[in-house]
Design a protein around this ligand. Structure first.
Ligand code: GAP
Length: 452
């Protein structure tokens, strides 16, 4: 199997098949912003569902939350974001481009892309200045009197400020967690790489509150647990690694962080962060709000829980799954592009294909099967064009199974089920199609791609 997942091939597939479009395209586009088409929405939803299943549904110790995007501005003062959530930036007075001071080695000079900023005689870089990444807006009708607020740059703070509410009603004692999926916003100055880094994105964050003496043990537990989640949904071992942060890399709140990195086409980069946030956040909000965010034991003793936080971007996770799944091969002298996505992540689980669109008996049977399956899983009916072309189209969007209704169906009530990865075709009875498909979709799965 040949693999050729450059960022360009992924961008082009996403556009061609309607996963992701550049945002505001008819107005010339807006940098680092993307819109998600039909298959992109379905894939992104499946990523979120699988995360929520692993974090909430399959566990007894984590509950869900959906907090506001716009919070009281003091939240961001207390959290340290107003003072410290900044990127160091330098401007080039000659080419007028702006660069991250700490990423100059990975950046291209505005005049000569083969050089780094500062490398040509014309480059004239300013000193680094700190630029806050939070988007500011106002609440209230009047621009002059409205209160300045921020769009949240992470979902985590909405969890910390609800600690007391949740702890009181969730009937759980530490260790327990609160999980949240939702949009976050960052005024990223340097252009991203497709959906790797964007102005708005979705995060899946979980804050796990533990007795202080257990923090280190739970930190290690969550690094392993989250690594296993990416592997469970097909990311190849050779493309996934755990990288502990050096002490000088740690965020202001963290006493230990490990990145789970993926080998993206741009090189090894952070996919997910797992941080030991200690008691930084609960203490900061207790001090700033006057409300004690602490745990009170039955004997009256109290402590501020420490927090372990696995934080993953939905869009970045989707990009990793797309890159990892992308494959090209030659089958019967023809090129085939295929997304070998985990069946539970695939936007469409099965295509229902009548072999001959003009045969009413075939289309009637096919539509009946489609109506039977669609309340259960995402399926697509397609009777347009040659069967080979229809298979190829489904391969490109990662549909794991194709159910074909042909001449033999009319004789013996059997259909073929075609496997996207092995291309094996098996005949099964149409009456058992539903059971057969659901069994296959729930079976354990490993990527058939070679692990290199
Ligand atoms: N609450 C901790 C936190 O937000 P982070 O490392 O800044 O930590 C967590 O973000 C994850 O969110 C990252 O690992 C990445 O997957 C995703 N993420 C962060 N900034 C992003 C951006 N601008 N675009 C897309 N995803 C982003």
């Amino acid at each position: 199997m040949a693999e050729a997942a450059t960022m360009d091939t992924i961008v082009s597939l996403c556009r061609r098949r309607g996963f992701v479009f550049p945002s505001s395209e008819i107005y010339g586009g807006l940098g680092s912003s993307y819109d998600y088409g039909h298959y992109g929405v379905l894939l992104k939803d499946n990523v979120k569902q699988r995360w929520l299943a692993a974090m909430v549904q399959e566990r007894d110790d984590i509950v869900a939350l959906d907090s506001s995007i716009i919070l009281h501005p003091q939240v961001w003062e207390a959290s340290g974001h107003v003072g410290g959530f900044t990127d160091p930036l330098v401007d080039c007075r000659f080419c007028k481009k702006r660069f991250r001071a700490d990423h100059l080695d990975d950046s291209q000079c505005g005049q000569r892309p083969s050089k780094k900023p500062g490398e040509t005689d014309d480059c004239d870089l300013t000193e680094a200045r700190h630029f806050n990444l939070m988007f500011e807006t106002r609440v209230g009708a009047m621009e002059e009197t409205g209160v300045p607020v921020y769009l949240r740059p992470e979902t985590a703070q909405g969890i910390f400020i609800n600690f007391k509410n949740v702890a009181q009603i969730a009937r759980r004692k530490p260790p327990f967690g609160i999980a949240q999926v939702g949009k976050s916003f960052r005024n990223e100055i340097t252009p991203g790489n497709f959906i790797f880094r964007t102005l708005e994105f979705e995060q899946m964050e979980m804050e796990y509150f533990v007795p202080p003496g257990e923090a280190e043990e739970w930190y290690r537990y969550w690094v392993e647990e989250r690594y296993a989640w990416h592997r469970r949904y097909g990311i190849r071992e050779s493309h996934l690694r755990i990288r502990p942060h050096d002490p000088d890399e740690l965020s202001h709140y963290s006493s230990g962080t490990s990145d789970i990195e993926y080998l993206f086409p741009i090189g090894w980069s952070e996919l997910e962060g797992v941080a030991n946030r200690g008691d930084f956040d609960l203490t900061a909000h207790t001090n700033a709000s006057g409300t004690k965010l602490e745990w009170v034991e039955q004997d009256g003793s109290r402590y501020t829980p420490h927090v372990i936080e696995p934080a993953l971007g939905v869009n970045r996770s989707m990009l990793a799954f797309l890159v990892d799944a992308y494959d090209e091969e030659v089958v019967a002298d023809r090129d085939r592009t295929v997304l070998r996505l985990h069946p539970q992540l695939a936007p469409v689980k099965a295509a229902i294909l009548p072999l001959i669109a003009k045969n009413d008996d075939m289309t009637t049977r096919a539509r009946r099967l489609y109506e039977e399956l669609r309340p259960l899983v995402s399926v697509e009916y397609d009777d347009g064009g040659q069967i080979g072309r229809r298979y190829r189209r489904q391969d490109e969007i990662g549909t794991p199974y194709a159910l074909t209704i042909d001449d033999q169906t009319l004789e013996d009530d059997t259909i073929t089920i075609r496997d996207r990865d092995s291309l094996a075709q098996e005949r099964i009875s149409i009456a058992r199609a539903r059971e057969h498909l659901l069994d296959r979709l729930s079976a354990p799965w490993v990527s058939p791609k070679t692990d290199s």
